[in-house]
Write a protein that binds this ligand. Structure first.
Ligand code: PGA
Length: 262
């Protein structure tokens, strides 16, 4: 964690919770968030946006969505546009989550269109990249990350690219309980920062926030956040448990990391 970058801890609720439970969880997070170094966001299902937006009003916790369509409006039955999300109170939106890529056929070209649409609507995209187990085991991790990163950012002017938060999410660590080790996460984050530097220069790269995602929990957040290139976390399963998620938000900065919290 570099003190120049404000950390972000984002909870991805995925396809969970009805309205009553969503409201209860949002209230618990709002009440427990307190003052910390990290920005906090809840990325909730479309159906819960309105109710959670109301609960988070006046709190520092930001609202976000998990997906969007790239067109601003039109005959796209069942889809939701970036404009609609911004209008519903969203600040953030996940783009290119591996579950979307893997289960819903989102190609890198689609991800790039969604990224541009989110930015055009004034949303702050959280762009996910990550390798599969097969890619890791066949030494294709760096190739996969390079392809996903470059395809998404190609053609984006630096001023727009600067609004993106990256999330490194190794697919083999998502929902599996297998977290990347802090060293594995750091290696990938440093690699992504190098790609960012090649794309838009040192200034862009050093300001880019890179979150880690994949089985983040209360037990491993401190060690992950101690890595110099880990700027926060995208949390799935554990973001549904208020005690765990609040502990993650209030991660303890390890002394050796030399970051700004004592
Ligand atoms: P997980 O999910 O924390 O449940 O592994 C992370 C994510 O998919 O964003």
């Amino acid at each position: 964690m570099n003190p120049k970058r404000i950390p972000l801890i984002a909870g991805n609720w995925k396809m969970h919770l009805g309205l009553a439970d969503a409201a209860k969880l949002a209230r618990e997070i709002r009440e427990g968030v307190g003052a910390g170094d990290a920005e906090v966001a809840l990325l909730v299902p479309f159906t819960a946006l309105a109710v959670v937006a109301e609960i988070l009003k006046g709190s520092p916790v930001k609202l976000g969505a998990q997906n969007l369509h790239w067109e601003p409006q039109g005959a796209f039955t069942g889809e939701i546009s970036a404009f609609q999300l911004a209008d519903a109170g969203c600040r953030y939106a996940i783009v290119g989550h591996s579950e979307r890529r893997r289960l819903f056929g989102e190609t890198s070209a689609i991800v790039a269109k969604k990224l541009a649409a989110a930015l055009a609507a004034g949303l702050l995209p959280i762009l996910c990249v990550g390798e599969t187990l097969e890619e890791r085991e066949s030494q294709k991790t760096w190739g996969a990350l390079t392809e996903q990163f470059r395809a998404a950012l190609t053609g984006l002017p630096p001023v727009e690219a600067a609004k993106i938060t990256l999330a490194y999410e190794p697919v083999w660590a998502i929902g599996t309980g297998k977290t990347a080790s802090p060293a594995q996460a750091e290696e990938a984050h440093a690699f992504i920062r190098k790609l960012a530097s090649q794309a838009h220069g040192e200034g862009f790269a050093s300001a880019l926030r890179i979150l880690y995602g994949g089985s983040v929990k209360a037990e491993n957040i401190d060690a992950l956040m101690a890595q110099p290139d880990v700027d926060g976390a995208l949390v799935g399963g554990e973001s549904l448990k208020p005690i765990s998620f609040l502990r993650i938000i209030h991660y303890k900065t390890l002394a050796a990391a030399g970051t700004r919290r004592p």
